[in-house]
Design a protein around this ligand. Structure first.
Ligand code: PLP
Length: 344
């Protein structure tokens, strides 16, 4: 691996970050806060939140089996995705390599940051070849993006191929595990100690049922987390989000119940779809959604909208010809979709 300084944009490496009032004070128990020009009235909304979200991280560390200094929290995973570009890639010079098809934000952030994006086609089972990924890399490749379970296909990327990329690529490897709570495979989050250039993304938006609060996580060794902390907005995670996140993090059993219900429902949905004359193929899934190849995705999509049911039409995505991506909903919602499909 190249050393971190060599991978980091020089302006970011040498950046002195904004120092907020709450950064500068630490240690002693204080009870009079006259340092941040806040209004003393209107509690509890009047105070700036903790810029490093220490209480939230303490709970996440326990839940996820990592150390607090190995956690970055952002305004959704999207913030972490953007920070990867802003910390490591030089616009118009560096490039990144990603599996294709995959989650759209990696490319959007590349475009925003004016960084070349190199998609590498998965095979027709939506599996990655490490050799193909490595062949797409050159001396200006700073980042490799892997999403597992992948979106929109739903399958886990073969961990052995992923490990091959980790062993051979000398830059940053990001593994997006937004859906890792929905399967039993060993998450790469547990291997950040082993790989100093690995960044793993998680989110509160899926299994944890908190898409509205916007809380994404990145796990990596503390040197990378330190870079993210320098570049992020000082108060990037607001107090309401921090409070709500702590509430849900204290109820992991509730989340486990949701996940097991969703997995049962997923089996029921897949069985029902298999029986439909309009369904040609269902791809293996390790997430809370499945990808189905239909006879005519566009007209089924339009028909479902008429019925007030929205699914995702992925027909125009690579390898996803005539495919709908269907999220698992409540039992009642799933039953409505199945009933509508049987009437089509
Ligand atoms: C849904 C999803 C996310 C979540 O993004 P947030 O900004 O945290 O809501 C991240 N990655 C993938 C692949 C997703 O499908």
């Amino acid at each position: 691996m190249r050393d971190l300084k060599d991978l980091t944009r020089p302006n970011i490496w040498s950046l002195s970050p904004y120092s907020s009032a709450r950064d500068e004070y630490s240690g002693h128990e204080a009870h009079v806060f006259l340092d941040a020009n806040e209004n003393p009235y209107n509690q509890p909304y009047n105070r700036y939140p903790d810029p490093l979200q220490r209480e939230v991280k303490a709970l996440i560390a326990k839940q996820k089996g990592v150390r607090e200094e190995q956690i970055f929290l952002g305004n959704g995973s999207d913030e972490a995705i953007d920070l990867v570009y802003r910390c490591f890639t030089e616009p118009r010079k560096d490039n990144v390599v990603a599996i294709d098809p995959t989650y759209g934000m990696y490319k959007v952030c590349a475009d925003i940051n004016d960084v070349e994006y190199r998609p590498v086609r998965l095979d027709n089972r939506f599996q990655m070849s490490a050799n193909k990924m490595l062949a797409a890399c050159d001396e200006h490749t700073k980042v490799v993006w892997i999403c597992s379970p992948n979106n929109p296909s739903g399958n886990l990327i073969d961990p052995e191929e992923t490990e091959r990329v980790l062993m051979s690529f000398d830059g940053i490897v990001v593994i997006d595990e937004a859906y890792s709570d929905f399967n039993r495979s060993k998450p790469f989050r547990k291997r950040i100690e082993q790989y100093p250039h690995l960044i793993v993304l998680n989110t509160m938006s899926k299994a944890w049922g908190c898409a509205a609060i916007r809380l994404g996580m990145a796990f990596a060794q503390k040197e990378i987390i330190g870079l993210f902390n320098k570049v992020k907005y000082p108060y990037n995670v607001n107090q309401l989000t921090q409070l709500k996140a702590m509430e849900i993090l204290r109820s992991p059993l509730e989340v486990e119940k949701w996940v097991s219900t969703l997995l049962q429902e997923r089996s029921r949905m897949i069985e029902a779809f298999r029986m439909l004359p309009t369904c040609r193929e269902i791809f293996p899934t390790d997430a809370n959604f499945f990808l189905a190849r239909m006879t005519d995705a566009q007209s089924i999509y339009n028909y479902l909208i008429e019925k007030g049911i929205i699914v995702r039409n992925r027909s125009r995505v690579a390898l996803c010809d005539n495919c709908l991506r269907i999220t698992i909903g409540t039992k009642n919602e799933n039953t409505q979709l199945i009933a509508a499909m049987r009437q089509y």
